[in-house]
Design a protein around this ligand. Sequence first.
Ligand code: PLP
Length: 371
Amino acid sequence: MIYADNAATTQLNKTAFEAMTPWLIDEYGNASQPYSFSRKSKKALIEARAIIAECINAQPEEIIFTSGGTESDNWAIKGSAFADSNKRATITSAFEHHAVLHSCAVIERLGYPVTYLMPAVTGIITPESLSNKICDSTRLVSIMLANNEIGTIQPIKELCEVAHSYGALFHTDAVQAVGHIKIDVRELGVDMLSASAHKFNGPKGVGFLYIRKGTEIAPYIDGGAQENSRRAGTENVASIVGMAVALKENCDCLDDHLTSIYMLEHQLLSMLSDAHISYIRNGGDKTLPGLISLSFAGADGEAILHRMDLAGICISTGSACNSESTEISHVLKAIGLDEKHAKGTIRISLGKNNTADDVDAIVATLIKILK
Ligand code: PLP
């Protein structure tokens, strides 16, 4: 099997797995209990929080553990709307992940206005487009750091400056970016940032929301006093420890991984060009390393996916479909890709475990299918 769908999920780092196991069997104490058996769990949470904070240049108390990217996004959107404020409007983009879009739909139904910015054909939300829509009643601007289908990296720092000049908060869904490119929350200036461990070789079902000190946001999950009374629920110590170890390992090796992934990306695109396969690479110049969205005019992305699967290769498409209809993805629609190309779109997402031999096999199979 060749796995080239790392934007969907990644393989757990061995070091993360090994760091997790003691907390599943032997050290199972509830971190909230005062006795000495639980003290180790509590200490593990403190250490994990500090490691994660350092990886993104935050303060430890600004990291709140969640169940993953979906929860972090829900919290940022709904928690901002429900915070006590005269400002009620939210601005987001039309090509966010559904965790953001569907959360926005909920607050809209509750009477909070939401504006959806359209990206340029390059897949970029420009600061000018935000300036045109933002106003004094804007409470939150939420724009993803990197798009999960086409990989485009957004000008977050500049967008953030526009938001702040109107007194609005800025949230970014950085689920695809954390652990893959350098992230410095101070340099970006964001107020909130969502991340998910399984996208950076950590375990599934755990993530975090960075909340800058002083940011007003209503709790999203109510109950006990965990996470400084901001997010209730007994902490998943093993997964949190695994997340911290995975993130640190990826951040420590980032430069080496980037060099090898860019080489694989170059190899893949050159092999396609050498075979005279014509394609569009979606997302312009500034995309996440290894995330390659390709559109082949007149081809059928779903059929390519299934034939690649038969050859033992995991990739994904740019469009979701069911047995009756093939719907073009909202991301490809938002960047204005025509139907002929949109239906023939696939996403190959290479990760740190992929090799040059994997790329040879992926491209050889793809060429055979396309021809
Ligand atoms: N945001 C983006 C950009 C994603 O790609 C994903 C997952 O695909 C999510 C949010 C949801 O994250 P999780 O799977 O941790 O709920």
